[in-house]
Design a protein around this ligand. Structure first.
Ligand code: PMP
Length: 297
């Protein structure tokens, strides 16, 4: 596999353990019911050669919030987890890395809540998420989960069956990725990324409520504020993309990645000439610069 070998360490409940020796209880409620919460975080080698986790506090805060929303006990503090993550990166000799914390339940076949939970943090070398070329995106036949049936703002494992179905459908039809609507037919997000589109010198993005509140989405909004780019959050129909100049996905793994087309409609503006491409460039610099006033660690 691409994630670990005999020399890889992971973090499990306060200890550093060899990945190949680490054990999980197969009677865990998490395996049977998808009842776990997780994060996706990136570490970068900065321009000065240090390892820096981008927005570590924001990610571990969201992990705690996801756990709270689904009633998983969370007895971990940010400092311990962030220190452990830096140590784990060093043990595995990684700088440009993907970091995957997961909080999971003990053995429990009932639907009753737990008195305890487990945490693992795994790190692996960053692989290109969707590649560097522009994406051919397909509007999915799958909708995002009904937010009245789920706490959609929690990054809960079970929600990701929806993401896998949508992404697999898009790839089976020859596209690179899916774009999902919410239950009311408004554009929501990709299987693992938020989206923006651009029209006449302005950016638009689905408002919070039926989406995962992405940390990269928040960063893009900060970039727009810093660069004087107009941006509007709102409710948008798929049909509006057919009059857009450009569009992109944004997420921790995806970073900012432009689209070539949606449902075979080609965006007319050359990517390099869009505001979106400028946002992409600024994002790349923010994640690798030593420090930026707007970045908290
Ligand atoms: N939406 C979904 C469904 C996701 O899985 C992700 C990735 N975590 C995002 C949006 C983007 O969130 P972030 O920028 O915090 O990675």
């Amino acid at each position: 596999n691409n994630y670990y070998n005999q020399d890889t360490f992971l973090y499990l409940n306060g200890a550093f353990v060899r990945a190949a020796d680490a054990k999980m209880d197969l009677y865990s409620q998490s395996l049977h019911y998808g009842y776990a919460v997780f994060e996706g975080i990136r570490a970068y080698r900065t321009e000065s050669g240090e390892t820096r986790i981008f927005k570590a506090t924001e990610h571990y805060d969201r992990l705690a919030n996801s756990a709270r929303l689904v009633n998983l006990p969370y007895r971990f503090d940010n400092k311990t987890l962030i220190d452990a993550t830096y140590e784990l990166l060093e043990m595995n000799m990684l700088q440009d890395a993907y970091i995957r914390p997961v909080v999971f339940a003990p053995a429990n076949m009932s639907f009753l809540p737990n008195t305890d939970s487990n945490i693992t943090i795994q790190v692996w070398e960053m692989q290109p998420f969707l590649g560097d070329r522009l994406l051919r995106v397909m509007s999915s036949s799958f909708e995002r989960p009904n937010p009245r049936g789920f706490h959609i703002e929690a990054k809960a494992s079970g929600h990701y069956v929806n993401s896998l179905l949508a992404s697999q459908e898009a790839k089976a039809k020859g596209f690179d990725e899916a774009l999902l609507s919410d239950m009311n037919g408004f554009i929501a997000e990709g299987p693992g990324a938020n989206m923006f589109f651009e029209r006449d010198g302005k950016l638009y993005t689905p408002s919070a409520g039926n989406i995962l509140p992405g940390i990269t989405r928040a960063t893009v909004l900060e970039i727009c504020a810093a660069e004087g780019i107009a941006v509007e959050e709102g409710k948008f129909k798929m049909s509006e993309l057919k009059t857009a100049d450009a569009a992109f996905f944004c997420g921790t793994a995806a970073e900012v990645i432009g689209w070539e087309s949606i449902d075979n409609y080609q965006f007319p503006k050359p990517w390099a000439q869009t505001l979106s491409a400028h946002v992409q460039k600024v994002y790349k610099s923010w994640v690798t610069e030593k420090s930026t006033a707007t970045i908290s660690q």
